[in-house]
Design a protein around this ligand. Structure first.
Ligand code: ZN
Length: 258
């Protein structure tokens, strides 16, 4: 994302910030991919205990301090590149196989990345793509449908796997330019929860930093595909400027204020 002058690294020390009453604080909540296919018992890509975080997410959705409550939805065409079944054997094992993915942006086709393959999940308009009913979606004011370009993965709600962002940059992958919407609302701080902690939540929290927001990931508000790697993931997030916090962190108290 080096070509984007509007992106800037942002986050400061969480503890200092929580005590600084003078610093501007305009928070938004991002609820990532709380969809049937990511949840037990029937999800095709179910994250262990994924459904159990819904009560905490509902508590957050009810906080009056947020100026925006966004829910993202993984939303793929049937021929999406991440579906193992769209690739020839033998390198088409869900969770295991890696393929070489090309940057779909014009003029960037020589740029490639390894892409892990997944079971078919969150096909647009399918039952598996629906928000789970436990999440109080009536409190959500914006839905973001991501991963719609069949040629590229999109874990983050802000950008595809190559960092292409915005409605044109992401090549039809997403229906909302989330960073622009949040800037329009003067958002300074983005709180990220949802599924999965080691993929879409992580990527969204990292890209929130790159987009210039203070980024907070609430640990009890996520579950991982590979829970054993969470401490390593947290180190990576912290090193990149994401504040990984607990649900009882002092900054959460500020969300009770209008
Ligand atoms: Zn997906």
């Amino acid at each position: 994302m080096t070509s984007d002058s509007d992106l800037a690294a942002g986050a400061g020390a969480a503890g200092d910030f929580a005590r600084d009453e003078d610093m501007s604080f305009v928070p938004a909540l991002l609820v990532v991919d709380m969809q049937e296919d990511f949840c037990p018992p029937n999800g095709s890509l179910a994250v262990q205990d994924g459904r159990t975080i819904a009560p905490l997410i509902n508590d957050l959705l009810a906080k009056p301090g947020f100026v925006a409550r966004v829910a993202t939805l993984d939303w793929h065409p049937a021929d999406h590149i991440s579906f193992a079944s769209n690739h020839p054997a033998p390198n088409n094992k869900p969770f295991v196989s890696l393929i070489e993915m090309k940057n779909p942006a014009p003029g960037k086709f020589t740029e490639t990345k390894p892409q892990r393959l997944w079971p078919i999940h969150c096909t647009a308009d399918s039952h598996g793509a629906a928000l789970i009913p436990e999440v109080e979606s009536n409190r959500v004011d914006l839905l973001v449908h991501k991963g719609q370009n069949s040629q590229v993965e999109m874990y983050s709600a802000f950008a595809d796997a190559f960092g292409n962002h915005g409605l044109t940059g992401a090549g039809g992958s997403v229906d909302v330019d989330l960073a622009s919407v949040l800037r329009t609302k003067a958002v300074t701080d983005v709180f990220v929860v949802g599924l999965a902690g080691d993929y879409c939540v992580k990527s969204t929290a990292l890209d929130a930093v790159k987009a210039g927001f203070r980024s907070w990931l609430i640990e009890e508000g996520t579950k991982c595909v590979v829970p054993a790697d969470w401490s390593k993931t947290k180190e990576e997030l912290s090193a990149a400027g994401v504040n990984v916090i607990h649900a009882n962190d002092a900054v959460i108290m500020r969300l009770a204020e209008v």
